[in-house]
Design a binder for this molecule. Structure first.
Ligand SMILES: NC(=O)c1ccc[n+]([C@@H]2O[C@H](COP(=O)([O-])OP(=O)(O)OC[C@H]3O[C@@H](n4cnc5c(N)ncnc54)[C@H](O)[C@@H]3O)[C@@H](O)[C@H]2O)c1
Ligand SMILES: [Zn+2]
Length: 354
């Protein structure tokens, strides 16, 4: 078992091992004296893994309660959250009990926010079951729900007590959802670790590298979060490809592309803009495109830069006249460029005054 420890507000372990899901009970017991464990999961994951997790929790002496919501981003709302609060109250969950978030990023974000706010905060653990959740969303304490006005607009920084990653659970993912997570792994390589990038690029098959790739990707996220838990500086690097990625998701009404697919195209746009404006090493964009294509991710967006820039500028989370763009000096070395919003379109067309 690989153990990666994260020290932020609180200190917790991220454990990685094939088959670990079945040890959820004993591992949860090692961080909690709770009488009850409230398992929150979505409808797809419930069918696949809830029984094993509940059996394991009960074997470790927890009384278990189960809440299941319909799978998908459209459930990440205050309406589901209110149902979760009612479920927790009706289950007589107290401050000394624990929530187990079993599922992808939607489950982790929403169950984590319920944990942060129910009774002003109770313990929770993450049992992530998508690639994205294992190497990204379960780590670092960002929790929240969407509003109709935009994604993740209500939330809190609230760290879990433990993260249990079972790479074997990824076997049941559809290729598209798996590759969606791969976009974020490639992003970690781009901003922090050219060796990770190359390792993925030279792998003959995913099975050969998946365990080490997840662990390395978790370490990268852990380091960034430890340096900047509340996203005032370095954590922004994780937004590489996301300014244009979010714009693409928005222009397509969140329907055509997955988040990872949009980020893949966003990374290509950012890298290309970097090369055109003379701040990114020549050839970087071709290397990124080639790897993303290998992973069956889209690399070219058909929407005009002008329209994307407009969507990016209107982003609800953006404020002021300056936009923080994450750029690459070269593969493995990301940094934040502060750009006046008025320059954004020109920048992505390659003619900004820097
Ligand atoms: N908190 C953070 O730091 C952070 C970071 C990145 C993304 N996010 C959030 O994460 C969410 C996206 O996460 P996601 O892609 O995991 O979405 P998700 O939770 O909706 O999971 C994607 C799909 O995979 C299914 N699934 C999950 N595990 C499975 C398994 N093992 N086998 C088969 N199917 C499985 C789910 O039922 C769902 O249909 C977004 O809401 C995003 O905002 C949060
Ligand atoms: Zn992302």
């Amino acid at each position: 078992m690989t153990k990666i420890t994260l020290t932020a507000t609180g200190k917790y372990d991220i454990l990685v091992e094939n088959g670990l899901l079945r040890e959820t009970g004993a591992l949860t017991r090692s961080v909690s004296k709770a009488l009850k464990a409230a398992v929150i999961t979505d409808s797809t994951v419930a069918d696949l893994y809830a029984e094993a997790v509940i059996r394991s929790l009960e074997a470790a002496g927890f009384e278990t309660k189960l809440f299941v919501f319909s799978a998908g981003e459209s459930s990440k709302t205050h309406a589901t959250l209110l149902n979760i609060y009612s479920f927790l109250a009706e289950s007589d969950i107290t401050r000394t009990d624990i929530i187990v978030a079993l599922g992808g990023g939607v489950t982790g974000d929403m169950a984590g926010f319920a944990a942060a706010t129910f009774l002003r905060g109770i313990d929770f653990i993450q049992v992530p079951t998508t690639l994205l959740a294992q190497m990204d969303s379960s780590i670092g304490g960002k929790t929240g729900v969407d509003l109709v006005q935009g994604k993740n607009l209500v939330g809190a920084f609230y760290q879990p007590r433990l993260v249990i990653c079972d790479p074997a659970a990824l076997k049941t993912l559809t290729p598209r959802i798996f590759n969606d997570g791969m976009a974020e792994v490639v992003k970690h390589g781009c901003i922090k670790d050219v060796n990770l990038f190359e390792k993925i690029n030279s792998a003959n098959q995913m099975d050969d590298i998946i365990f080490d790739m997840i662990c390395r990707s978790i370490e990268i996220k852990r380091d960034v979060v430890e340096n900047d838990e509340k996203e005032k500086g370095e954590r922004m690097l994780l937004n590489f490809g996301h300014t244009m990625g979010h714009a693409i998701e928005k222009v397509y009404n969140f329907g055509t592309y997955t988040h990872g697919e949009a980020v893949a195209m966003g990374m290509v746009l950012a890298s290309r803009a970097g090369e055109l404006n003379g701040i990114t090493q020549g050839g970087t964009t071709e290397r990124i495109k080639s790897l993303l294509s290998k992973l069956q991710l889209p690399v070219e967006c058909r929407v005009a830069v002008k329209e994307l820039a407009k969507a990016a500028i209107n982003d609800k989370k953006r404020s002021g006249d300056i936009i923080n763009l994450v750029m690459l000096k070269q593969l493995g070395e990301g940094y934040t460029l502060k750009l006046p919003v008025t320059e954004l379109e020109r920048f992505f067309s390659g003619g900004a005054k820097l």
